[in-house]
Design a protein. Sequence first.
Length: 240
Amino acid sequence: MVRNGRIGKVKTIRIGVGGPAKPCGLPTQALPDWIDWDFWLGPAPERGYNEILCPKGIHNHFPAWREYQEFGGGQVADMGAHHFDIAQWALDMDGSGPLEIIPPEKGHKGLKFVYANGVEMVHGGEADCVFVGEHGTIRASRGKLESDPPEIVKTPIGEKEWRCYPSTNHKRNWVECVRSRKQTICPAEVGHRSATVCHLGNIGYRLRKQLRWDPAKEQFDDAEANQLVSREPRAKWKLV
């Protein structure tokens, strides 16, 4: 609907996901004898065991290692990988990305990504993905789609309008493409570009300064930020 101009020129996108990754300051606990902690850490920085990172026994939750910058990207990357991806898709930016990252002075919401066409994507919003255009607003969440005015999402996509790649099951799509050699609904570069947006957000929050990003060269205009684009793995995990 966004790609077909239903809301006119897009002005702002708001992405309603949780906060960025934070440094891990958890205390070291006694290591259970059945955990290979060195292997669990992999290429991440060495630190002591804590059951919040690697829970004991059977559990029914997502382990919180993903909240810490040594191991994951916080909710900015966790759910952000899904919702920033939708925004890139709607903007037809799957092969590129934002040019500017503008973090707030404090807090864990409000960081802005600015695209070459002037569209601002803001981290934080009332729904998973909110598209604000000159003719209306679309709010898209899992299992819910609404708009102002309501007619925007109630009008079916026409035969001559742009349509998404039809896919209702990612795993089945992957298997079908293995057999047919057709491109999957989300090629590797698209996944990379979506993950990149999440990392850009985390770096912006971490440094708290405005940054310029070159999506072609995949470099910042800032030496300190470029040091965070990749991380040196522990010696035994280096690729040779």
